[in-house]
Write a protein that binds this ligand. Sequence first.
Ligand code: NAD
Ligand code: LMR
Length: 335
Amino acid sequence: MFAATRATTFAAKRAFSTSATNLSKVAVLGAAGGIGQPLSLLLKENPHVTHLSLYDIVNTPGVAADLSHINTNSKVTGHTAANNGLEEALKDAHVVVIPAGVPRKPGMTRDDLFNTNASIVKGLAEAAAKHCPKAHILIISNPVNSTVPIFAEALKKAGVFDPKRLYGVTTLDVVRASRFVAEIKNKDPKDVKVTVVGGHSGVTIVPLLSQTGLDFTKEELDALTHRIQFGGDEVVKAKDGTGSATLSMAFAGARFANSVLEATVGGKKGVVEPTFVQSPVFADKGVDYFSTLVELGPNGAEKIHGLGEISEYEQKLIDAALPELKKNITKGEEF
Ligand code: NAD
Ligand code: LMR
């Protein structure tokens, strides 16, 4: 009994000292926006974060002052473009999360955001290449299928591209899929894991429902697949011109950022998440970025998994996704 108590106390101390020495700076770019604010709130609660550095072109001093009163163990700073704000925000960052850019309105596709968001993302990539070339970069800004290649090209141009450290955040598709499947199967979503592969827009989003261990009728498969692929449209329509998913995205972004932190500084093993990375899975078909399950480790995206066993139904979805993805990726690379 005594020995067990001592062992527990020791393990608890060791866990505390590991996390205490591995705390780290996380920068959020676009931090005053619809996603940026709740995402920053959730990151303020993350025990791996020592310094939460908030950058936006407007309003970050207020957001930072507000969050800085929360009694968790991280410092919060707010930066705008004035006084080398972007450099200050990025310097020594271990993780950079990017929800900067405009959201959709009803009737728009994510690709319609390209013209505005491509330049925003490119500018942020050039700054990250200069001020935090070793950071893990998590891209939320749409269209993700193109903004990730845009970011990669800017890092390559600066000679600092590490494909293990650049991630398109597709976690919202995974979160939605889990919720939507749980709803129709009357389950707790925490017991429903759905791997979603491909990209992050319409037909490029491919849920692998055959791998959930659940049975679906053809009608259920059609309805769920459509809802997962076009879940973003539901929110855009409901928000009626005022934006797209922000709160669920903040939840998903904070979850993915936590996975990266746990694997890179928390010493956790076996962290596996779908994410849109430079990938060999369909490189032979000219699709250089693809989301599959990726094992995260101290250096980032360390092991990219294949699709695993998929159904004929899912193969058709993949066949439909690849040409669209290739088009989106090329558009980003050529920007
Ligand atoms: P928003 O307009 O509410 O916020 C965006 C913020 O970015 C604003 O505060 C704006 O000032 C800031 N910004 C603009 N240019 C900037 C720059 N150069 N540097 C820093 N900040 C800058 O929009 P939102 O609802 O937060 O959405 C942001 C982006 O995230 C959109 O492109 C949206 O489509 C995308 N999104 C992606 C997912 C996903 O699953 N990956 C989900 C939801 C939304
Ligand atoms: C989403 O999936 O909710 C986001 O990509 C935002 C959008 O434009 O739908």
